[in-house]
Design a protein around this ligand. Structure first.
Ligand code: PBE
Length: 268
């Protein structure tokens, strides 16, 4: 037997939901009796994917549409079987669909939407004076702004980059007119906003999943069993509630994750 137990290293991206999911993974592994640390908020998708390829982390929460479009450059949505086939060349696997989809959407204030008659993304093409404030990662992603602009033939040559954590306040105070949102954002319920219909079906599904190094199940068998039992346990309303506990009630990510796992344990 090895002298020192190995430590499972979890990573996450730099936004609320990713922190919470990373913390759920760390604590689930810990509760299963495995040593585990969480390198939280490592950076954007590209940075976290580099970290798992290099072995700096063993596992992190990701989304199917992000794997397809941004990471693998696939033009269409793939099945998990196909994603696994493509990820195997990096020594990676994907699984444990958690139970919710978190897609991008464009949002405007309800009063502005009514004044201008905005319902669908295609309606924006007749309102070239609107000011867009888009999250930095969205501005540069393959499934983000450049493709969206082209798919809809939108004007807006240079939208402002804005930190996603500040976007809702910027919209509410009228500093910008249109922002990109994530559909499980807790703040969506806080402000009177209208989500514009993606009438050209540009955005794919972004089902939450776990991406892991293929040697993880063998190195951490107890954690692996515990992680697999997370499949299907986070329906969309639950994820929105967990995001709200962190962003609206000011709970720590560790506390939000522990509360979720306590509830899951009590229910089983
Ligand atoms: N998403 C929507 C992005 C951020 C918001 C969850 C698909 C992602 O992290 O890939």
């Amino acid at each position: 037997t090895p002298a020192v137990a190995e430590t499972l290293v979890v990573g996450s991206k730099r936004f609320t939901e990713s922190y919470i999911l990373g913390e759920i993974v760390r604590q689930a592994a810990l509760r299963a009796g495995e040593r585990s640390v969480h390198r939280s908020g490592l950076g954007n998708t590209a940075i976290v994917f580099e970290a798992i390829k290099s072995g700096a982390i063993d596992i992190y929460p990701e989304y199917t549409g992000t794997l397809d479009r941004e990471i693998l450059g696939n033009p269409r949505s793939s099945s998990l079987v196909e994603l696994n086939r493509q990820l195997a060349r990096y020594g990676l696997g994907v699984g444990v669909p958690l139970g919710f989809n978190n897609t991008y959407a464009l949002a405007v204030r309800e009063d502005v939407a009514q004044q201008r008659g905005l319902r669908r993304i295609s309606d924006l093409s007749h309102h070239a004076d609107l000011r867009l404030g888009l999250s930095q990662e969205f501005l540069g992603r393959r499934d983000g702004w450049p493709g969206l602009r082209e798919a809809y033939g939108l004007p807006f040559p240079s939208p402002r980059g804005i930190d996603h954590g500040l976007a809702y306040v910027a919209l509410a105070t009228g500093q910008v007119d249109v922002i990109d949102v994530y559909t499980t954002d807790a703040k969506l319920a806080r402000y009177r906003l209208r989500l514009l219909e993606d009438d050209r079906h540009y955005f794919p599904a972004y089902e939450a999943v776990l991406v892991y190094r293929l040697d993880l199940p063998e190195r951490f068998p107890k954690a692996w069993r515990a992680l697999q039992s997370l499949a299907g346990t986070i329906p969309e309303p639950t994820m929105i509630r967990l995001n709200a506990e962190a962003e609206l009630q000011g709970k720590r990510f560790t506390e939000v994750a522990a509360g979720f796992l306590d509830g899951a344990a009590a229910a089983s």
